[in-house]
Design a protein around this ligand. Structure first.
Ligand SMILES: Nc1ncnc2c1ncn2[C@@H]1O[C@H](COP(=O)(O)OP(=O)(O)O)[C@@H](O)[C@H]1O
Ligand SMILES: [Mg+2]
Length: 330
């Protein structure tokens, strides 16, 4: 199921609780794709990155070759939320400074410093990087695998482009309204207004600033709409939920599936990782039976979503050789 899902799509998201195996499965899928000749990129958006640990190498916030690079086709990146926030705030501050009178530059800086700690800034910054990486990823790679942060965080992030597009649209509509009002007011101002509007006199600086704000908002809106389009295009994009066959992860998976589906994201697979063997002694056999019960709940709740099980390995999956073995068994 997983290999098919990855073969058919350009963008794959892996989500689920911490420790279930998101990074392991994401890495194995990208490795497999790269061995098959596709250019593959793993993007970790989990602030608790472990892509580097798993590959036993340094990764960090720039495209890095993973393992032997599979003939230059396999790269990874760990989005650094602090660096992304810095960059995001720098961009916003530059724009604001351009739009504000010079004597207010100090105020802009103060405001930006406060923004760093305000709710949402962090998410907006990670979303910005995600948008960028989806764009670059679709351009330079055949498969982009997102190794995401634990469930709640990711579900919100997936819904954000829609919310923010709506927010930007609202802002644009309000600006338009107030601009019309402004123009009407200037019209009331008698001949002066008409003279300015009708002549080739230099443009009103307020009008020019408004135009610039509008174009910035429109650009932002278009990029977010682009991201949303990719996220909700089932032909290109799918989301696989990784979980352990335990009670809480199963309940959380059902909730995450509902949330993602409501957002318009296709959930293409459930990956039940670390299944206990049934034939290695009584203890594990009983464990296996308990897991079967939980899987029963999952299958009843989501009968239409393909499900793949991965056995618990004796070894830790660490380093390129172990990942290679893990990938071959998918
Ligand atoms: N099927 C498996 N059998 C044994 N260990 C596994 C298996 N899948 C993952 N692991 C190990 O579990 C730990 C957590 O996996 P990881 O992929 O880092 O989880 P996540 O990214 O979801 O937090 C790692 O040490 C990994 O090597
Ligand atoms: Mg991880």
């Amino acid at each position: 199921m997983l290999l098919n899902l990855a073969a058919e799509r350009r963008v794959l998201f892996l989500g689920g609780k911490g420790g279930v195996g998101k990074t392991t499965v994401a890495s194995a899928l990208a490795l497999h794709a790269a061995r098959e000749g596709r250019r593959a990129l793993v993007v970790s958006t989990d602030p608790a990155h472990n892509l580097g640990h798993l590959w036993d190498q340094k990764v960090g916030d720039r495209l890095t070759r993973l393992g032997d690079g599979a003939g230059g086709r396999l790269s990874g990146i760990e989005i650094d939320p602090d660096a992304s926030t810095d960059q995001h705030l720098k961009d916003v501050a530059r724009t604001l400074r351009k739009l504000m009178p010079e004597n207010l530059a100090g105020e802009v800086d103060k405001h930006m410093e406060l923004s760093r700690r305000s709710p949402g800034t962090h998410e907006a910054a990670v979303l910005e990087r995600m948008t960028e990486l989806v764009e670059t990823g679709m351009d330079r790679f055949d498969l982009v695998v997102f190794d995401t942060a634990p469930s709640g965080h990711t579900a919100r992030l997936m819904a954000l482009p829609e919310l923010m597009t709506a927010w930007t649209d609202g802002l644009l509509a309000r600006r338009e309204k107030s601009q019309k009002l402004g123009a009407a007011m200037r019209g009331l101002d008698g001949d002066r207004g008409k003279a300015v509007l009708g002549s080739s006199a230099p443009r009103d600086p307020v009008e020019e600033r408004d135009e610039e704000i509008r174009s910035i908002l429109l650009r932002r809106r278009d990029r977010l709409a682009g991201l949303r389009e990719v996220l909700t295009d089932r032909a290109r994009t799918s989301f696989a939920i990784v979980l352990a066959a335990e009670r809480l992860p199963v309940l959380e998976t059902i909730a995450l599936h509902e949330e993602l589906t409501r957002t318009g994201v296709d959930v293409g697979g459930l990956v039940v990782n670390k299944r206990s063997p049934a034939d290695r002694g009584d203890f594990l056999a009983r464990r296996h039976a308990v897991e079967e019960e939980h899987l029963g709940t999952l299958r009843t709740a989501l009968p239409e979503v393909p499900l793949q099980q991965i056995p618990l390995k004796e070894e830790d999956v660490v380093g390129p050789a172990a990942l290679e073995r893990f990938a071959r068994k998918l």
